[in-house]
Design a protein around this ligand. Structure first.
Ligand code: GLC
Length: 642
């Protein structure tokens, strides 16, 4: 990325012609050095993206904004930048364990959240994703994903100063805070949208506004409908201005027009404002949609990647310790395109998520083995964020060639999965809710809390202790994978205490059309006290997850060590190993509700005369004498040797 000396000198000369507010203090001099290192690449990318719309004046103004935003970064954060930049990347370590939560649903407000820090520490959480907490429209606001002001915290939760203090306290407690950066769209109540509605041309050019259906009719056939139950097509008619507006998601979420360099520059300032709150990670929401190329599906376009890289360069210059997490819930070939130290250092792993649910439904692990055997490895300076479910629906993004390899016809398989998880018959354990099914293209997604999808809800209704036990085992099995396979495990708040589906959304007219609310339960005092009572399912789940987290924290093998998927002859077992110079870990996960055996010879790297300890059962296993490993229904073994 850095330029050679000649170019550097030329660039230095150019910078000296710009009028940039950079003082002589040490921090600003370090800023200057970063500017010299990264800005030439930024200029090059801008030239490529904006072509003749780009000139020195625009570039100077962009650099000016970088400098002014850096000067408002607190001294404490500037020190943090220096410290983090000189350490091993924290996000690659085995200490990291994540949680995602809605502030109000988890802790009422920011004050309540501060009081939860001891709980988070007890569980071992070091990576806390706060789902959007910015000002957004009253009533419907897509769970906060329609932002009206990035600089204002939703008053029901607190204010910006409280957020800053909360983040500071988290940092003192070794918790890295992740904030959402929702930059594909703003709400229609954002200042920019309001000024567009008022007729200001400058702000109309921030969005995609059309007088009539001519352009929308040309583009719609190419675009994916994200919420087909809410509205067909990707454009919404706005009556007060009698215009059609590009709205990929809901009609009140207006897509920003990145072909306009002013949009990049304005959005970059909002990004730096958020980076200056002290958070360590910005979650790039819906990033694959940001660039529109007419007559394409407008997802993951070449300029999308360039824009992400350009935003990353801005961070490197003006808030260098902050990193990006990619939220690309798309085909696995495209997910990995965002993962790069120069784009997003972290990425959700939607493929693993889907494959976990697929393996649980079929009890067969051939598909997960096949897919992950060539899709799990990523740049060693980047990390997966492994999750089982999140605040959204479960969307299925598999590769059909991988499916083909193991004899799965993908469309039939997806229909099977959707039916398996949403079919309410007594002999199916899950209680899932279908989401945005679109019979015209056979698309369907799935909602449900982790515990309900694993069968705890039905088991409790049926008062079946056997089923309760099985559901707990499923919950622990899935958590065992995200905690050990490599990357940052991300738990959705409440899953650690087996929260069930919350159907109260059906009574709220602002939520009833959006089944994702079923899996965003409010963590009540009652739920917490159940999890503290010994031997309740909630308690067993909490203790089980807590124990696996503690094991992870003790051993570096759970950190930045490559993962290899092992194909055994048993198609119910998912087996992977992680080996560094000093330690070995072999995880064996039984996805079947029946006992399974594994011939030790099938995990060929195990040296036959060694003694391993199963970290989960704490039993020693002498491999040479054992020959066959026996696993009960849904049992997991973490065989470890140092
Ligand atoms: C992301 C969010 C989702 C939201 C969408 C639009 O996918 O996770 O909740 O609806 O973006 O912002």
């Amino acid at each position: 990325m850095s330029v050679n000396h000649l170019d550097k000198d030329a660039f230095k000369k150019k910078l000296s012609r710009f009028d940039l507010p950079i003082s002589n203090d040490d921090f600003e001099q370090a800023f200057s050095a970063r500017l010299l290192e990264y800005a030439p690449e930024l200029e090059r990318l801008f030239g490529e993206i904006y072509e003749d719309k780009f000139d020195d004046k625009i570039f100077e103004s962009l650099l000016y904004k970088l400098a002014t935003n850096f000067s408002t970064r607190s001294a404490a954060l500037k020190v943090r930048d220096q410290v983090l930049l000189h350490e091993e990347p924290w996000y690659l370590g085995h200490q990291q364990v994540g949680m995602a939560c809605y502030v109000d649903r988890f802790a009422v407000d920011l004050k309540g959240l501060t009081q939860k820090i001891p709980y988070l520490k007890k569980l071992g959480i070091t990576f806390l994703h706060l789902l959007p907490l910015y000002q957004s429209p009253e009533g419907e606001n897509d769970g906060g994903y329609a932002v009206s002001d990035y600089r204002v915290v939703n008053p029901a939760l607190g204010d910006m100063e409280q957020l800053r203090l909360f983040i500071e306290e988290c940092n003192q407690n070794d918790i890295h805070v992740v904030l959402d950066f929702i930059f594909n769209h703003t709400s229609d109540e954002h200042e920019w949208a309001k000024r567009a509605i008022a007729g200001e041309k400058k702000y109309q050019d921030f969005y995609f506004l059309y007088e009539d259906r001519k352009v929308p009719d040309q583009l719609d056939p190419f675009l994916r409908e994200i919420f087909p139950h809410v509205r067909r097509g990707s454009f919404s008619h706005r009556q007060d201005i009698d215009k059609w507006i590009w709205t990929t998601f809901n009609s009140y979420q207006w897509d920003l027009n990145y072909a306009n360099p002013d949009v990049f520059s304005a959005v970059m300032e909002e990004m730096l404002f958020l980076a200056n709150t002290g958070c360590d990670v910005l979650r790039l929401d819906a990033l694959s949609f940001i660039w529109k190329d007419p007559k394409t599906n407008c997802e993951g376009r070449p300029n999308t990647y360039k824009l992400i890289k350009a935003l990353n360069l801005c961070l490197r210059i003006a808030a260098p310790s902050v990193i990006f997490k990619s939220e690309a819930i798309v085909h696995p070939d495209n997910v990995v395109k965002y993962i790069d130290p120069q784009r997003c250092q972290l990425s959700y792993n939607p493929l693993l998520m889907g494959l976990l649910w697929s393996s649980l439904a079929t009890t067969n692990t051939e598909f997960i083995n096949q897919s992950l055997s060539h899709r799990f490895a990523i740049d060693r300076q980047c990390a997966w964020v492994n999750y089982i479910r999140c605040h959204d629906d479960i969307g299925w993004f598999f590769d059909d060639k991988d499916a083909d390899c193991v004899g799965i016809e993908l469309n039939q398989h997806l229909a099977f999965l959707n039916d398996f998880y949403t079919n309410n018959s007594a002999n199916h354990f899950p209680s899932g809710v279908s989401f945005q099914d679109d019979p015209s293209i056979g698309d369907q997604r799935l909602c449900g809390s982790l515990a309900s999808l694993c069968g705890l809800e039905k088991a409790i209704e049926q008062k079946s202790q056997i089923q309760i036990n099985l559901s707990i085992k499923r919950i622990l099995l899935l958590h065992s994978v995200i905690l050990s396979i490599g990357g940052i495990p991300l738990i959705y708040a409440g899953d650690e205490i087996g929260m069930l589906n919350d159907y109260s959304y059906l009574k709220d007219p602002t939520q009833s059309h959006d089944a994702r609310w079923v899996n965003r339960p409010i963590i009540t005092e009652q739920a917490i006290s159940l999890s503290k009572q010994e031997n309740t399912p909630q308690n067993i789940i909490f203790v089980g997850i807590n124990k696996m987290i503690s094991i992870r924290k003790k051993l570096e093998i759970f950190g930045n060590v490559a993962t290899e998927i092992i194909n055994t002859k048993n198609r119910h077992l998912f087996v992977y190993r992680r080996i560094d110079d000093e330690q070995k870990l072999i995880a064996i996960c039984n996805f079947s509700d029946l006992p399974q055996a594994l011939e030790v010879d099938n995990i060929d790297l195990v040296e036959q005369d060694e003694v391993y300890v199963d970290l989960i059962s704490e039993k020693d296993i002498k491999i040479r004498q054992t020959k066959l490993l026996h696993l009960s229904a849904y049992q997991v073994m973490w065989l470890y040797k140092s």
